[in-house]
Design a binder for this molecule. Structure first.
Ligand SMILES: *[C@@H]1O[C@H](CO)[C@@H](O)[C@H](O)[C@H]1NC(C)=O
Ligand SMILES: *[C@@H]1O[C@H](CO)[C@@H](O)[C@H](O)[C@H]1NC(C)=O
Ligand SMILES: *[C@@H]1O[C@H](CO)[C@@H](O)[C@H](O)[C@H]1NC(C)=O
Ligand SMILES: *[C@@H]1O[C@H](CO)[C@@H](O)[C@H](O)[C@H]1NC(C)=O
Ligand SMILES: *[C@@H]1O[C@H](CO)[C@@H](O)[C@H](O)[C@H]1NC(C)=O
Ligand SMILES: *[C@@H]1O[C@H](CO)[C@@H](O)[C@H](O)[C@H]1NC(C)=O
Length: 728
């Protein structure tokens, strides 16, 4: 990974001039600036408590960050002074070379670490004689009760930490014909006997079922082996202990505090003396009365992290939160405690403040978990980007994903534009790129690329739409009235182009060629000039400096300026126009209206497609699964799956980046979904979906343009086949 160097460059790039401070804080009058991330739920911590903080003599002011990594970037720019971060964020600071100090632990419960993981075994696993053997030989072919998989806040361990624990007892599998996920599962299946590893192994449900059928032993010990899901009795932290105690398995990892509580409260159910703690070195310890068992892995609490220059003052501030050792609930101290998500507990100071690296070294296993060796040759998923901002966001995504153990790692490669990206995916320089619906036909037909995932939203009006718009004072009311009019499209060969021609061919019961020849009086479709020389094709187009103005705004302008009678645009562009959000000199007070598709009164549009698409080559099935697995995992971690999440997110995939909208992915996206989603509610109920109809409809070819309007001489006639996109 080019992680460290890339991020250094990247950080320099986004540096803005930092505020020169009066005091040691970077805010007004030297106030300390706290970076706060608002949760997604209705409970708005920042809007409730920041005003309290700012209207007092706390000496602290708030800055709202998009996500925790955004706060770290702001700290590295010097624009904020401190904030609360997870230990995983500290791993990212290390990669990004950000200079900060850890001043306090924000302990949400009275114990030293947020999580201390122990291994508990049924004593029948212990060697007969009192000899010490390796954990590998003790656990070989044992029955594992797994602590549980699946994105869930109740789960004590991230993917990286789970995988790290697994790697301590298994032998790595590096079969190149298998995906990373499958290799990981195979290593477990080779190591353990009948076990219960319930929960989703991968997020794509059909692939998950395939894998579970391939490795049935890892579900065999579950309560319902055929399901092996999150609803299993043996799923999760408490489920794993139940699995052990009921004799379904004989080994599990568990949270140390939890084990104490579990055996403490259930002495009647389980005989504590039948079980033991297994240590990493192969030795063991009795469970009962053992308050300090050997720990395999520790995860620190969230941490108060400050810019090096402000660390001393932040330490003082944290100390000031307590009044004679008692948490103060009211006033600015109460507000600050709430903003630090301390759950009413006191920050535990580090004396002196410590660098992230030194601090993490104190938590056994945590840092090692992030420097695990992968298989060689290492695998990557290279994402193609088209701007510096996209590239930067992609690189942070790559870091965030690596911290959470998403494998293979994402890498980012910048090209000059989307077309270059599509070509790069085609020739294997990149694996994926995100592009709009305008690419759907071209990608499949000319480049053999397919959309393996879609950026979806259940609010269909927010997806990509094509609607016919005319001037309000025109005598045009229904689709049939458009015959003989002058039409403007945003582009040739794009979504609107294919949608409209297909729609007309359908209702007119005619071929595409005849529609092109006879339906419209003239057509402006920017991009045709690449193929055709006849100027008739440019007639309705807006020209600027001898060039055709394309895109949604180009078509809209053609309508507004009276160069055409109908423009095929998205509802979003129309809404922008109506709301006067298009800052262009040609925008006038001319009212326009939609002409609805006859069979679609509810939505009006002629077609709709998902917001964007992740395009990849039709490569091997394994590679495709691998890409889908990685992208859906990133979506699960950094997307919008948990709308009520009150705590700060580390990274937001679908949100502004550096104050810019729709970078890399669209802000409106709710999830990345495979094409299966189109068969589910609400998508299956909405008519005129473009992706679905691609399958069986003959698309308009470039060759159809020949002779369509006047005597057109094609510069180039592409030999194109029927468009038949094979959906996954
Ligand atoms: C571990 O548990 C499994 C399932 O209960 C059992 O078949 C196996 O014999 C046990 N192994 C030992 C060494 O007790
Ligand atoms: C890799 O996995 C495939 C499919 O399971 C198998 O046929 C092959 O023998 C394995 N290769 C190695 C080197 O283990
Ligand atoms: C421990 O494992 C043995 C062998 O599998 C089993 O017979 C016994 O019931 C287990 N003990 C408990 C308390 O489940
Ligand atoms: C705590 O804050 C108050 C108000 O800002 C200040 O007057 C006081 O000196 C601080 N106390 C300590 C121990 O820093
Ligand atoms: C793909 O195209 C790029 C740029 O045109 C070229 O440098 C690269 O060698 C090509 N790669 C392959 C695998 O063909
Ligand atoms: C979608 O937008 C159209 C046109 O603006 C509107 O008439 C319709 O009510 C909207 N549908 C939904 C479900 O919001």
């Amino acid at each position: 990974m080019c992680v460290k160097m890339c991020l250094k460059v990247l950080l320099l790039f986004v540096f803005v001039s930092s505020v020169s401070p009066q005091g040691s804080g970077s805010g007004t009058d030297g106030k300390l600036r706290l970076c706060v991330v608002e949760g997604r739920g209705s409970y708005k911590r920042a809007s409730k408590y920041c005003p309290v903080l700012e209207q007092s003599d706390s000496g602290v002011e708030c800055v709202i960050g998009q996500d925790r990594l955004d706060c770290l970037r702001r700290m590295s720019k010097g624009a904020v002074d401190f904030g609360v971060f997870s230990p995983e964020d500290l791993i990212a600071t290390q990669w990004a070379d950000i200079n900060v100090l850890v001043t306090d632990e924000v302990r949400q419960r009275p114990r030293k670490y947020a999580s201390s993981i122990v291994a508990v075994i049924n004593k029948s696993l212990l060697p007969e004689l009192d000899t010490v053997s390796s954990v590998h030989s003790i656990l070989k072919r044992s029955s594992m009760c797994h602590i549980g998989l699946g994105a869930d806040e109740r789960r004590p361990l991230s993917e990286t930490l789970t995988e790290y624990l697994e790697s301590l007892v298994t032998r790595k599998s590096c079969n190149e014909t298998l995906s990373v996920a499958e290799n990981r599962i195979k290593a477990m299946a080779d190591m353990f006997g009948n076990s219960c590893r319930a929960g989703p192994w991968v997020l794509d449900a059909s692939r998950d079922a395939e894998l579970k059928a391939l490795f049935p032993s890892l579900c065999a010990a579950c309560d319902r082996p055929s399901k092996c899901d999150r609803h299993d009795r043996y799923w999760g932290p408490s489920g794993a202990l139940t699995c052990l105690v009921e004799g379904a398995g004989n080994f599990t990892w568990a949270e140390a505090d939890f084990v104490g509580g579990y055996f403490g409260s259930r002495t009647g159910v389980a005989n504590t003396e039948d079980f033991a703690y297994l240590c990493r070195d192969g030795t063991w310890q009795e469970i009962h009365e053992n308050k300090e068992p050997c720990v395999w892995l520790r995860r620190p609490w969230p941490l108060l992290v400050a810019k090096t220059k402000a660390a001393e003052e932040v330490s003082r501030l944290a100390a000031n939160l307590t009044n004679a050792g008692v948490v103060v609930s009211g006033g600015w101290r109460g507000a600050l405690t709430a903003l630090l998500e301390a759950n009413g507990a006191l920050p535990a100071p580090l004396r002196p403040p410590s660098t992230p690296l030194d601090y993490l070294a104190g938590a056994g296993g945590f840092r090692e978990a992030y420097s695990q060796a992968g298989c060689t040759p290492s695998r990557h998923i290279v994402m193609c980007t088209t701007s510096i901002l996209e590239q930067n966001k992609c690189e942070w995504l790559s870091e965030a994903g690596a911290v959470y153990g998403v494998e293979p790692a994402v890498q980012c490669l910048r090209k000059e534009d989307r077309e270059a990206c599509m070509v790069a995916v085609k020739n294997g320089t990149c694996d994926v790129t995100v592009a709009s619906g305008d690419w759907l036909v071209r990608a499949e037909r000319d480049m053999s690329l397919i959309p393996i995932l879609h950026e979806t939203t259940p609010i269909i009006n927010q997806s990509t739409t094509v609607v016919a718009y005319v001037r309000e004072d025109s005598k045009l009311f229904k689709m049939a009235d458009l015959k003989g009019t002058r039409a403007a499209f945003p582009s040739f060969d794009g979504l609107a182009w294919h949608s409209v021609l297909r729609y007309l061919a359908n209702i007119e019961k005619n071929t595409c060629k005849d529609i092109l020849k006879g339906f419209f009086k003239s057509i402006c479709a920017p991009g045709t000039e690449k193929y055709l020389t006849d100027s008739k094709w440019m007639e309705g187009c807006v020209m600027e400096e001898g060039k055709v103005v394309g895109g949604e705004w180009g078509a809209l302008r053609s309508l507004v300026e009276g160069k055409s009678d109908v423009a095929f645009l998205s509802m979003a562009t129309y809404n922008q126009y109506v709301a006067k959000q298009i800052p262009e000199p040609w925008v006038k007070d001319i009212k326009i209206k939609p002409i609805c598709a006859e069979d679609n009164e509810n939505y009006c549009f002629l077609s709709w497609s998902n917001i964007g698409h992740v395009f990849a080559k039709k490569t091997t099935i394994m590679r495709r699964q691998e890409i889908v697995n990685v992208m859906t995992k990133l979506d699960q971690l950094f997307g919008k799956h948990n709308p009520n999440q009150a705590s700060a997110v580390m990274f937001s995939l679908y949100g502004p980046y550096n104050h810019q909208n729709n970078i890399l992915f669209h802000d409106n996206t709710k999830a990345l979904s495979t094409s299966d989603v189109l068969r589910t509610h609400p998508f299956d109920k909405v008519p005129l979906n473009f992706e679905r109809s691609l399958k069986d409809v003959d698309s308009c070819h470039v060759s159809d343009l020949t002779g369509a309007v006047g005597n057109v001489v094609p510069k180039l006639v592409l030999i194109v086949s029927m468009v038949s996109v094979l959906f996954l």
